[in-house]
Write a protein that binds this ligand. Sequence first.
Ligand SMILES: Nc1ncnc2c1ncn2[C@@H]1O[C@H](COP(=O)(O)OP(=O)(O)O)[C@@H](O)[C@H]1O
Ligand SMILES: [Mg+2]
Length: 207
Amino acid sequence: MGGFPLSHYLELINTVIINKKNRLISYDDSLKLVGTGRSAFVFRMASSEKAIKVFFPDFTHIAQEEAEIYKSLVGITYFPTIHETGLNYIVMDYIEGYTFFECMTHGRIITSDHIKEVDRALSLASAQGLNPSDIHLRNIIITSNNEIKLIDVARYRQVKVCNQWNNLKKAHQHFYCKPFFLKKVPTPFLNMVAYLYKKGFIPFFRS
Ligand SMILES: Nc1ncnc2c1ncn2[C@@H]1O[C@H](COP(=O)(O)OP(=O)(O)O)[C@@H](O)[C@H]1O
Ligand SMILES: [Mg+2]
């Protein structure tokens, strides 16, 4: 795989201290925190194009599953390349850009072409026998070159049908694309919409 020797990654990962309440206590100065998910913290390694995803103590079992899925997606440019994996971490390409969530809170336009690109990425993943799931605003990135990258593939082997992407597409077409729709929304508002969606409280998305 390459880049750095495994021991270098391990040294860095061992500096990441996460307590039992999933609070990040400390990490090496050469790491920059770039994202927090529901199962992990993601850091950029200083002066390198690599990101390290370090899983919360109760979620370390996901590392292996997600690493295997990334390996089955190697060669599909819509996904970051994986470089290394261990008991509680994954090292992959760092992706410079904005998640769809950040695009919406910063007022960066998400176009129909971006949506088509996500569709293409997902169909390539499906062609590998995967079932792309958990596709939401924070797991899709528009890079500085205006390309689409998908991250957080841990649930791509689940059997259950996931409708999130179809619902996001509907929302893009029926609301976001309309002239009256504000292209920049406050973060708490977007978090609230996501919360209500998850609870099944938004009638538009009931099937
Ligand atoms: N390879 C990457 N490059 C840049 N940012 C990333 C990368 N992977 C994750 N992130 C950022 O970290 C956040 C959490 O990562 P994610 O893999 O979605 O974790 P979780 O499985 O906990 O949801 C993402 O929403 C994104 O903002
Ligand atoms: Mg995520």
